[in-house]
Design a binder for this molecule. Structure first.
Ligand code: TXA
Ligand code: MG
Length: 310
């Protein structure tokens, strides 16, 4: 299907991706069209092993090799200066390319079979919640793509960490499945993505991960729903009382951040399907995976409500 220019959704350890051959500019244009993705937003290129990195990146600094060795296959995307062969549509005209080796066996088998790099954004309409099951992909894009490979629910549940190694110092463009703390044990201090004149990663767009239902972060100490509103509560652990809420989703009964990340998007979708007037999300500690989870929740909370997104 890929070799014929088709669009194939596949599981990765983070979220489901929607793949097209990276060298096939027409097929990649199709990716942007079905997602309604703005052309300024570059797509991550997926490879089967780090040995293919030099086919995409014109410079591979030693730190990139060390990070690839330590974290690939896994949820880390490295942004490096690109080779001329990488089509501009993949990188949105940027001089850099984002690359990763996913950890899911189905993704790796697909990449091996394709025998070449696969460009893949998350398999959801632009700006909505990323899919962590094949059913989520079907719900959002099912009638517009060629094939969905069902590999079950994604293990990590939040997208890859995007780290730029194209500048003088490593810069974190999107927090994700590999924590900043883990990166810093190897890379030393990492700069945080600053708002660019145009977003370098739409992880940087203030509004993303939109639900139909309005979301806001709980105020410190807030334990009851706003009077008169049918509200849902998204909480980390079973510690916060859920009394008075019309629905409660607990990300991890034991308060485990890995389990919480894995459940985040599916829990948000379930709350969003209930026709509530408001979703109140409990704030989590920002350490480790908490940073990626809070990043997603903040962007969901600043999203303008868009009906009919999916
Ligand atoms: O976990 C993931 O990364 C998933 C799976 C499918 O691999 N993919 C994913 O793709 O989340 P997407 O398109 O939803 O997000 C890709 C992010 C965007 O924020 C994009 O701007 C950034 O990576 N990105 C890609 N190439 C880049 C580049 N050359 N420079 C800066 N940011 C880049
Ligand atoms: Mg996405």
């Amino acid at each position: 299907m890929l070799n014929r220019g088709g669009l194939v959704a596949f599981p990765t350890e983070t979220v489901y991706g929607l793949g097209a051959l990276a060298r096939d500019g027409r097929a990649v244009a199709g990716l942007f069209a079905v997602k309604a993705r703005p052309s300024f937003d570059p797509v991550i290129v997926h490879i089967a092993s780090a040995s293919a990195l030099a086919d995409l990146a014109s410079e591979v600094p030693p730190l990139a090799r060390v990070l690839a060795e330590r974290f690939w296959p896994g949820p880390l995307t490295l942004v490096l200066p690109k080779r001329a062969e990488v089509p501009d549509i993949v990188t949105a005209g940027l001089p850099t390319v984002g690359v990763r080796v996913p950890r899911h066996p189905v993704a790796l088998a697909l990449l091996e079979a394709a025998g070449q790099p696969v460009a893949a954004p998350s398999a959801n309409p632009f700006g909505s919640i990323s899919p962590t099951t094949a059913q989520h992909v079907l719900d959002g894009l099912g009638d517009r793509i060629d094939l969905i490979l069902d590999g079950g629910p994604c293990e990590v549940g939040v997208e890859s960490t995007v780290l730029s190694l194209a500048g003088a110092r490593p810069r974190l463009l999107r927090p994700g499945g590999i924590t900043r703390e883990e990166l810093e044990t190897i890379a030393g201090p990492v700069d945080l993505g600053e708002p660019a004149p145009r977003p370098e990663a739409p992880g940087q767009l203030a509004s993303h991960y939109a639900t139909r239902t309005a979301i806001r972060l709980a105020a410190p100490g807030e334990t009851a729903p706003p009077p008169g509103l049918r509200a849902g509560l998204l909480r980390l652990a079973a510690v916060t009382p859920g009394d008075g809420y019309a629905a409660v989703e607990t990300l991890s009964a034991a308060g485990d951040l890995r389990e919480a990340a894995a459940n985040l998007f599916a829990a948000l979708r379930r709350l969003d399907a209930l026709g509530l007037e408001l979703i109140v999300a409990e704030s989590l500690p920002e350490a480790g995976l908490g940073a990626a989870i809070m990043d997603r929740l903040r962007r969901a909370a600043t999203s303008e409500r868009v009906t009919g997104l999916t």
